[in-house]
Design a protein around this ligand. Structure first.
Ligand code: MN
Length: 313
């Protein structure tokens, strides 16, 4: 079994224990002040300041902590993003990335995509025009998504509004909906990969690891191996950026379809324009139609109803 030992000072130790707080376990061994268990790593902190990491994830977990007496951290930690401490050189490894879109939009689905980018494909994917998707326009993403889908093993899931509203009314939070969709998309990509395995799976983080896996408790198959979470992950590996683009374009395509049903372009987001459009649909096509196009629990519903009532008078 692989293991790593590092020595930390008090400040760094406190930070580490806080970091693994959610995964704490009781271990009554001599000299042990804290212990935690992740799906692939056991962490033991000793009174001396020594920290022992054991298991498949030990080097991943051990990296990023500043060792006592050393001037530089043992490995580079991504200071600008939240989540796991990341292996150095992550951007150049073979990675399955996943991301979602549509969760903040009143109209339209939630979509999640996962895709695999091998080491060898990284340059090609960049040449196809993949950058941090936050910097890309919808039109550009529509243009490059077909090439990406053709080039990369991927899976994209569209949770349409009827289904979304049904599970939401059953009590599912958006976090749970997202976690289940990410897990499903990842599973499908891994299946398509056959015997090939990614070095890491990188999820654009929307929940802490513990919360994410808690949502998946009842799932029949849970993807756990080599999973990393980070916010702003689309800037950390092109696999997440590509997944983000594929998810976004799936969202846009479903919005196009819904817009053609309503007869006008449905606005994105959840702002005043959305309230107006929703009121227009209420007045012309009624509540059931609006519900079938939207995330019904959003506050936009109430606002639209008020606007519609005012206009009726
Ligand atoms: Mn995201």
């Amino acid at each position: 079994m692989s293991q790593q030992v590092i020595v930390l000072d008090k400040v760094e130790l406190t930070r580490l224990m806080k970091h693994y707080e959610q995964n704490e376990i009781v271990r009554n061994a001599p000299g042990v002040v804290f212990a935690a268990k992740l799906h692939d790593t056991a962490i033991t902190v000793y009174k001396s300041g020594k920290v022992l990491f054991q298991g498949a994830g030990s080097s991943r977990e051990a990296s990023g902590w500043s060792q006592a007496g050393l001037t530089s951290p043992t490995a580079k930690i991504q200071a600008n993003s939240k989540g796991d401490s990341l292996p150095s050189g992550l951007a150049n490894l073979s990675v399955v990335g996943s991301d979602e879109t549509g969760t903040g939009d009143f109209f339209g689905p939630v979509t999640v995509a996962a895709c695999f980018v091998s080491k060898k494909q990284i340059e090609l994917v960049k040449e196809l025009g993949v950058k941090d998707s936050k910097q890309l326009t919808d039109d550009w993403m529509r243009q490059i998504a077909p090439d990406l889908k053709e080039t990369l093993l991927h899976s994209v899931l569209t949770l349409k509004n009827d289904k979304y509203n049904e599970v939401q009314e059953r009590g599912w939070s958006q976090g749970k909906i997202k976690a289940l969709l990410h897990n499903q998309a990842l599973k499908l990509v891994l299946r398509k990969m056959g015997d090939e395995k990614p070095e890491y799976i990188l999820i654009d983080q929307f929940a802490e690891r513990g919360i994410y896996y808690n949502h998946l408790k009842a799932a029949p198959e849970i993807v756990r191996e080599n999973v990393l979470f980070s916010t702003k992950a689309e800037g950390l590996h092109v696999a997440v950026a590509a997944a983000s683009i594929i998810a976004r374009v799936a969202f846009l395509e479903e919005m196009d379809r819904l817009s053609s049903l309503t007869g006008f372009q449905l606005p994105k987001g959840a702002g005043p324009k959305v309230d107006e459009a929703a009121a227009r649909i209420l007045l012309s096509q009624g509540e059931n139609t609006l519900k079938s196009l939207s995330k019904w629990h959003f506050a936009n519903r109430e606002k639209a109803m008020k606007i519609a009532a005012r206009k009726k008078k």
